[in-house]
Design a protein around this ligand. Structure first.
Ligand code: SAH
Ligand code: SF4
Ligand code: F3S
Length: 467
């Protein structure tokens, strides 16, 4: 892996200086931002950084788009529908901009990193003030300053992405939060646009990560999720710290009760990681391990670099070592050339792997990726029908599996409280299963011990028990 390049302190200082100038100019006036975030947790976390920079300038969060002075779309392009939605939602803002010309509209993120798409958007919507790519995030105050001077901004650079440390982060959760450990992706799965819009894999230094986690623990956070497109290939400090070693270091931070991570690429799931998961009590017994397909032929065409058998061997090794492990996955149906037989292999694989949840997608051709040019694209109606069959199969598997939880007990980190009928507190077990149990808002953010007494849809019903 290439050594990461850090954004020069001088460049960060320029952005920070712009933030201070903007704060001075604002002089206490009320300005509100509204951020709409699409796509994965990485994007959500970038939105928290954008919000952090805006708060530094003195902006506060708007309740809705209607009362915002700045509307920012942080976009995704992993599948086509994400793209269509963004164009639709931006188009719908024209009326608001006509009525309030001072309103600033900004679009950033993965979709904008594709130059043809951002150029099209910039041309089609002249009322959009700022368009910038994933490599420009840390420069946001400088770009905003430009836009506030009345200039339209279009900033997309090809840099492979440097790591910007020390950006302010306005975190949306108060007890559970994300920490990015690496950026980009080197895997070039043939269907996937991410490596083209997020650049090459690069890892943060382990000391920066551990320090961030330490500050989060100090601020009262109990659960952290370490984020990366493929955390298993984390390679920090010039190659000295791999992912299991990072987990150990993070595990040493006092006050963090739960450590999660995503996403794991099966080809890089090492025995060392399984050992670490088994040995470290605060690392949760859940892993998100996208399989994508159960057919060796399709897996090879996807460039996933594992086989059905090696994937299932991995699952078996995990289950053998990590007590109560639950597994979740992503599956794509209708990859170019996928036959009925290939799809049948996917159906038997999900059966054998025993997932507790699966995120299922119809293959969506992405311009610039290898798979988009393959012959034998699967017709839309076949994809739809396969997706439906897969979802039906998954639902049956879950229904069959769910009763096994009844009688078990575990700890729930309470996320919220549903007040619609009798107040029901809810949150996840370490294994990622959602539990509802009678309880009030005062428990939000605490760990409660529950016994499972039933199942409703795919959530569990519990009752609180004493420790
Ligand atoms: N880095 C992660 C996930 C990246 S995107 C990983 O390697 O698993 C999240 C999911 O979107 C993928 O797991 C895949 O199932 C799905 N996906 C990515 N590109 C897609 C495409 N072109 N069409 C349909 N689904 C896609
Ligand atoms: Fe995309 Fe594959 Fe990288 Fe995941 S590992 S982001 S699916 S290229
Ligand atoms: Fe994530 Fe979508 Fe970008 S899935 S990395 S926001 S293309």
């Amino acid at each position: 892996m290439r050594e990461p390049v850090f954004v020069a302190p001088g460049e960060l200082a320029l952005a920070r200086a712009a933030a201070l100038r903007l704060k001075d100019a604002l002089n206490g006036a009320v300005r509100r931002y509204y951020i709409e975030s699409y796509g994965c947790q990485m994007n959500d976390h970038d939105s928290e950084k954008l919000a952090g920079m805006l708060r530094e300038i003195g902006y506060t969060q708007a309740e809705s788009k209607a009362d915002a002075d700045l509307i920012l779309f942080n976009t995704c392009c992993v599948r086509e529908h994400a793209e269509k939605r963004v164009f639709g939602n931006i188009g719908a803002l024209k009326k608001q901009k006509d009525a309030n010309p001072a309103l600033l509209i900004a679009v950033c993120g993965c979709m904008m990193q594709q130059k043809e798409v951002s150029a099209k958007l910039y041309k089609r919507f002249p009322f959009v003030d700022m368009v910038f790519g994933t490599n420009e995030l840390h420069k946001f105050p400088l770009l905003l300053e430009e836009a506030l001077r009345g200039n339209r901004v279009l900033a997309i650079t090809d840099s492979e992405g440097e790591i910007a440390e020390g950006l302010p982060i306005a975190r949306s959760g108060a007890f559970s939060t994300n920490v990015t450990i690496m950026y980009g992706c080197n895997n070039y799965c043939t269907y996937c646009i991410v490596p083209y819009v997020r650049g090459r894999e690069r890892s943060r230094n382990s000391s920066s990560i551990v320090e961030e986690v330490r500050l989060l623990a100090e601020a009262g956070y109990k659960e952290i999720t370490l984020l990366g497109q493929n955390v298993n290939s984390y390679c920090g400090d010039g190659g000295a710290v791999d992912f299991p070693a990072l987990l150990r270091r993070v595990h040493g931070v006092e006050g963090i009760e739960r450590i999660r991570f995503m996403t794991s690429h099966p080809k890089d799931l090492s025995p060392g990681l399984i050992e670490a998961m088994a040995a470290l009590p605060r690392v949760c017994n859940h892993i998100h391990l996208p399989v994508q397909s159960g057919s060796d032929r399709v897996l090879a065409a996807m460039n996933r670099k594992y086989t059905r058998a090696s994937y299932l061997a991995c699952v078996q090794a995990l289950r053998g070592k990590v007590p109560g492990l639950e597994l979740t996955t992503d599956v794509i149906v209708g990859f170019p050339g996928e036959t009925e037989e290939d799809f049948a292999d996917t159906l038997t694989l999900v059966e054998q792997a025993g997932y507790s949840a699966a995120y299922t997608f119809m293959y969506s051709p992405r311009a610039g990726t290898q798979a988009a040019t393959l012959p034998d694209q699967v017709p839309e109606d076949v994809k739809k029908q396969r997706l439906q069959r897969l979802n039906t199969a998954m639902a049956a598997i879950l229904q069959r599996n769910n009763p096994k939880y009844v009688g078990q007990s575990g700890e729930v980190l309470v996320e919220g409280c549903d007040m619609r009928t009798t107040p029901m507190a809810y949150g996840k077990l370490t294994n990622f299963k959602m539990v509802y149990f009678p309880g009030g808002e005062e428990w939000i953010g605490t760990l409660q011990r529950v016994k499972i007494i039933g199942v409703q849809n795919n959530s569990l019903i519990g009752e609180r028990i004493d420790r």
